[in-house]
Design a protein around this ligand. Structure first.
Ligand code: ADP
Ligand code: ZN
Ligand code: ZN
Length: 830
C-alpha cells in the first residue's frame, strides 16, 4: 500500500511512502506517521491513499513508513480539506498549515546530541566560533545542534563534524519522544474485598497506627460523598498522612492504586464563575437570535454580521445561539481577539458551558494545549473558545463559529506561515460545514460591512444598549473633544492631562466613581532628544528610536526588546540637556500620582502584563474597586464591563492617526469607539473626553456622534478611489536579509519577474507598488523591503495565487539568510 504524506516543511510537494503490511490497517488518512526523510526521521501526516498505485510504479525506491503514531486520525477529512485550502489561498506549504493545526510538542523528531570530550582544544582555541561552541558544551550536558545555534549563532554542521573528527566533541543521533504526554495521577480505592459499606469498620479494627486509621476514615468519607477513587494527594492532605502510610495500606492489600488521566487546564487557578441568571432576551436580541437559529435549524451556511453598539447584548446572543447549536448535538467555536484581554467574555462562556468548553490560550503550556486538543478531537469538549488559532480546533459537526470583535487586527497571523486571517477562515470553514458564522462588532471592518451591503453577509443590527432593570437603556455616553492647542494657549496644559480632563477626573474621584484612561504608547518618554544637537538614541539592530523606561532607568527598543542605559550626556556633543519627549503610560501614571495623590492608579500595558495572570489580577483589582484610575494602552479598550466607570479619557487621540497605513483612520475610529463604550455601562451616566490637536478631524467627529454609518460613508469612497480593500485584495511581499544590497536586489528581481508574469492585462490590472524599503527599514539586524500588490476583487484567471507560485518557482531559491514572506490580505503594512 502507498500513502501520500505531508511533512512539516515549507515545500509544496507531498511525499510517497510504502506501508508495511503489518501497519496497513492503522495507516489511515489523517493519521500521523514517522517516516525516513533523507538522513533524518520526521513526523508527517497521511493525506491520501492513492488506491491503485504500488511501490513498483515509481522510478525510485519507495521508502517504508516506520510507525503510525495515531490510533484515531489526528485530522478529519474536513480538516484536511480546510488546511489544503488555506495553503492554496495564503500561498504557503500544506505542511506549514498542518503544523499550525496540530498541538506543538507532539512530533517525534530526530536530534543530534552533542557532548564535549576531555580532549584539549589545541589549535581550535584560536577559532572564535569553535571556542564558543566548546564553551557552550562545557556548560551544558544535554546540548543539541539547535541549542548551540541559538546561543552561538550560525554554526555550520561542517564545523561540528571537524570538531568531532578531532575528538573534541561527540555527535549522536537520537529519536526524541514527543515532549508532551498524557499526564496521570495516582488515585486510591478500596480493594475489591473491602468495598462493602461496613468494611472500613472492620479494617479500622485490624489497624494499629492512627495515621492508617485516619486514611481509612478519609477514604470512607470520600465514598460517602460519592467519590470512589479520590486522588491520592487529596487523601494524604485530608488525613495528614505521609506516602509511607498509604504504601503500607497498599502492601496490606486493603487499598489499590489506579492511574487516572489528569486534565491540564490553564484556568485551574481562576475561580469558577457563578451560574448565571436566566435571561429574557430583549426584542432586538430575540430578533437576531431567531434569524440565527433558523439558519442553524435548516443546516444552511450563512454568515451574519451582528453590528451592535457596545453593551447592546451581543455576547448574550452568542451564548443563546450556541446553546441552540449544542442542543442539536452540534459543536461550536468562539473566537476572541486575545484571551488575556477578554477575561470577562471568557468567564461568561465558562459560566454557561462549564465543562463542555475548552479554553485555548496563547500562554498555555505544551501539556495544556495537547490536552485541550485531544479532548476536542475525542468529543469530550464540544466548544472551543480562543484566539485566532482556535478556528482550527479539531471539532466535528460544527454548527456555529462566532468571531467576536471581528474587526480586530489580531485575527491576522503574520509569522510564521500560514499568514491567515482567522475571520476569513471562519467563514470558509462554516461554509464547508453547512454551519452558521457570526461576525460581531460595534465597529465592523469596512470589508465586512461591504460584504453585508453586497448581500454576501446578512446584517443584524442592535443599535441600542441593553436597558438596566428599572431604568431606560443607558444612552451611549456623550463624547467631548478637548482641543489641546487651545488648552495650551490658555495655560491649561502642563503635562499630558489638560486642566479640563483633570477637572473631570477630580469630579469622578469625589463621587467615588472610576476612570479609564487610554494612552496608546507604553514606556515613559517615546523619544529622547539632545536639545543642543538633536541627537536621538537609536537601536543598533533596528532603524527606530528608543523609548525611555523610567522604572528601569533604561532605553528600550520596542521592536527587538534590546535595552541599554540612558547616557548622562549626549554622546555626540557632550551636552547634558537630554529632553524626554512625549508621553508614555508610565509618565502619565506619574503625573496622575502627582496631581491626585489620594487616588490609587493601576497601569496596564505590555510592561505590566508579562506575567501569566497579570491581566486578570489588574482587572480584578480594578473591578473590586481597589484602584480608582486604570491607565493603559489599547489593552484597556477591549471588552471590559465595569459599572462604576463613568469617565473615559483619551490622553492623545492622535497617536496612530498618521501611520502610513491605509487602515490608520479605521483603526483610530474603532479604538476610540471601543474605549468610549467602556463609560457608563450601568445606572451611572458616563462621559468620554478625547484630547486631540486636530479637533475638526472628521474621524473624531464621527466618534463624537457615535456615527458608524457616517464613518463608513466617508471611508468607502476613498478605498475605492485608491484601490484598497474591500475593492481589492492587498498582497504584501516582504524581503528580509542581513545585507541591504542583497535584499534590495532580490526584491527587485522578484518584482520584475512578477510584473512580467502579470503581463499587460487589459481590464482590472493588478497594481504593483515597490519594491521599497519598509517604514522601519531594519529590524533585528535584518533589512526589510516591501512590494505591494493591489489585486482588484473579482479579477479573472489566472488567480493571483497561481501567479505568485509561478514567480517563486522562477526566482528559485534565495541566497542564504534571506527570506521572502507572501502575505495575502495583508494587514498593518509598514
Ligand atoms: P456586548 O457584547 O454587545 O457588549 P453584552 O452582551 O456584554 O453586550 O451585554 C451588556 C450588558 O447587558 C451585560 O452586563 C449583560 O450581562 C447585560 N445583558 C445583556 N442582555 C441582557 C438581557 N437580555 N437581560 C438582562 N441583561 C442583559
Ligand atoms: Zn548633543
Ligand atoms: Zn531593536
Amino acid at each position: 500500500m502507498i500513502v501520500d504524506v505531508v511533512l512539516p516543511l515549507p515545500v509544496e510537494q507531498t511525499y510517497t511512502y510504502r506501508v508495511p503490511s503489518a501497519m496497513a490497517d492503522d495507516a489511515r488518512v489523517g493519521c500521523r506517521v514517522l517516516v525516513p526523510f533523507g538522513p533524518r526521521r520526521m513526523t508527517g501526516l497521511i493525506v491520501a491513499h492513492p488506491p491503485e498505485q504500488s511501490p513498483d510504479d515509481f522510478p525510485f525506491t519507495v521508502k517504508a513508513v516506520l510507525d503510525v503514531l495515531d490510533e484515531t486520525p489526528a485530522f478529519t477529512p474536513e480538516m484536511l480539506r480546510l488546511t489544503r485550502w488555506m495553503a492554496d489561498y495564503y500561498v504557503c506549504a500544506w505542511g506549514e498549515v498542518v503544523k499550525a493545526a496540530l498541538p506543538s510538542g507532539t512530533d517525534v523528531e530526530e536530534r543530534r546530541r552533542l557532548a564535549r570530550t576531555d580532549t584539549p582544544p589545541g589549535d581550535w582555541a584560536d577559532h572564535a566560533t569553535a571556542r564558543a561552541v566548546l564553551r557552550y558544551l562545557e556548560a551544558h550536558d544535554e546540548a543539541t545542534v539547535s541549542g548551540v545555534r541559538q546561543q552561538v549563532g550560525d554554526v555550520p554542521l561542517a564545523l561540528l563534524r571537524r570538531l568531532e573528527r578531532d575528538g573534541l566533541l561527540t555527535m549522536t543521533k537520537e529519536l526524541t519522544a514527543p515532549k508532551v504526554r498524557v499526564k496521570t495521577a495516582t488515585h486510591l480505592r478500596f480493594a475489591p474485598a473491602f468495598q462493602h459499606p461496613s468494611a472500613p469498620k472492620d479494617l479500622k479494627a485490624q489497624l494499629r497506627g492512627h495515621k492508617q486509621v485516619a486514611v481509612i476514615e478519609v477514604m470512607a468519607g470520600f465514598r460517602a460523598e460519592g467519590v470512589r477513587e479520590p486522588p491520592q494527594t487529596d487523601v494524604m492532605d485530608r488525613a495528614q498522612a505521609a506516602h509511607s502510610t498509604v504504601r503500607s495500606l497498599l502492601d496490606k492489600g486493603m487499598l489499590e492504586a489506579v492511574q487516572k488521566e489528569v486534565l491540564r487546564t490553564p484556568l485551574g487557578d481562576l475561580p469558577a464563575p457563578p451560574t448565571p441568571p436566566e435571561r429574557v432576551l430583549h426584542p432586538a436580541q430575540q430578533q437576531a437570535l431567531d434569524a440565527l437559529t433558523e439558519a442553524v435549524a435548516a443546516e444552511r451556511f450563512e454568515t451574519f454580521l451582528l453590528h451592535g453598539v457596545t453593551g447592546s447584548g451581543k455576547t448574550e446572543v452568542y451564548i443563546a445561539a450556541l446553546k441552540d447549536v449544542l442542543a442539536r448535538g452540534k459543536t461550536g467555536i468562539i473566537l476572541v481577539p486575545e484571551i488575556a484581554l477578554t477575561p470577562q467574555t471568557v468567564q461568561r462562556f465558562r459560566a454557561h458551558f462549564g465543562d463542555r468548553i475548552a479554553v485555548l490560550h496563547s500562554r498555555m503550556s505544551l501539556g495544556e494545549r495537547y490536552d485541550a486538543w485531544r479532548h476536542l478531537r475525542s468529543g469530550r469538549f464540544d466548544v472551543a473558545i480562543g484566539p485566532r488559532s482556535a478556528v482550527l480546533a479539531p471539532l466535528d459537526d460544527l454548527g456555529l463559529i462566532v468571531v467576536d470583535e471581528e474587526h480586530e487586527p489580531s485575527y491576522k497571523q503574520f509569522d510564521p506561515a500560514p499568514r491567515y486571517h482567522a475571520r476569513d477562515v471562519a467563514v470558509v470553514r462554516a461554509l464547508r460545514n453547512d454551519a452558521v458564522c457570526i461576525l460581531g462588532s460595534a465597529t465592523p471592518s469596512l470589508e465586512s460591512i461591504w460584504n453585508a451591503r453586497q448581500g454576501k453577509y446578512t446584517l443584524l443590527e442592535m443599535p441600542d444598549r441593553v436597558p438596566v432593570p428599572g431604568h431606560d437603556a443607558a444612552p451611549l455616553p456623550p463624547v467631548r473633544i478637548v482641543d489641546l492647542t487651545l488648552e495650551r494657549k490658555k495655560h491649561r496644559l502642563e503635562g499630558a492631562l489638560s486642566e479640563t480632563l483633570r477637572e473631570a477626573i477630580r469630579v469622578r474621584l469625589g463621587r467615588n466613581e472610576q476612570v479609564i484612561l487610554l494612552q496608546n504608547r507604553r514606556g515613559y518618554a517615546p523619544v529622547v532628544e539632545c536639545q543642543d544637537c538633536g541627537w536621538t538614541p537609536m537601536c543598533h539592530d533596528c532603524s527606530v528610536s528608543l523609548t525611555y523606561h523610567k522604572a528601569k532607568r533604561h532605553l528600550r527598543c520596542h521592536y527587538c526588546g534590546r535595552a541599554r542605559q540612558l547616557p548622562r550626556a549626549c554622546p555626540s556633543c557632550g551636552s547634558r540637556d537630554l529632553a524626554q519627549l512625549g508621553q508614555g503610560t508610565q509618565r502619565v501614571e506619574e503625573e496622575l500620582a502627582q496631581v491626585f495623590p489620594e487616588a490609587t492608579v493601576a497601569r496596564m500595558d505590555l510592561d505590566t502584563t508579562s506575567r501569566k495572570d497579570a491581566h486578570h489580577t489588574i482587572l480584578s483589582r480594578f473591578g473590586e474597586g481597589e484602584a480608582d484610575i486604570l491607565i493603559g494602552t489599547q489593552m484597556v479598550a477591549k471588552g471590559l464591563d465595569f459599572p462604576r466607570v463613568t469617565l473615559v479619557g483619551v490622553v492623545n487621540a492622535d497617536v496612530g492617526m498618521h501611520l502610513p497605513d491605509f487602515r490608520a483612520e479605521e483603526r483610530t475610529f474603532q479604538l476610540l469607539t471601543q474605549v468610549a463604550g467602556r463609560a457608563g455601562r450601568a445606572e451611572l451616566r458616563g462621559e468620554v473626553l478625547l484630547q486631540t490637536r486636530q479637533p475638526d478631524h472628521p474621524v473624531f467627529q464621527h466618534v463624537l456622534e457615535h456615527d458608524y454609518a457616517a464613518f463608513v460613508e466617508e471611508a468607502l469612497p476613498d478605498r475605492r478611489r485608491f484601490g484598497y480593500p474591500p475593492y481589492a485584495h492587498v498582497v504584501g511581499v516582504e524581503f528580509r536579509g542581513p545585507e541591504e544590497d542583497a535584499v534590495q536586489q532580490i526584491a527587485q528581481r522578484w518584482t520584475t519577474v512578477l510584473c512580467q508574469a502579470l503581463g499587460r492585462e487589459e481590464d482590472d490590472p493588478v497594481e504593483v507598488l515597490g519594491p521599497e524599503p519598509a517604514l522601519v527599514g531594519r529590524v533585528k539586524r535584518q533589512y526589510r523591503y516591501h512590494t505591494i500588490l493591489k489585486v482588484p476583487r473579482g479579477r479573472r484567471t489566472p488567480r493571483i495565487q497561481e501567479v505568485l507560485r509561478a514567480v517563486n518557482d522562477e526566482v528559485g531559491s534565495l541566497p542564504k539568510n534571506s527570506r521572502l514572506a507572501i502575505d495575502v490580505d495583508a494587514i498593518g503594512l509598514f
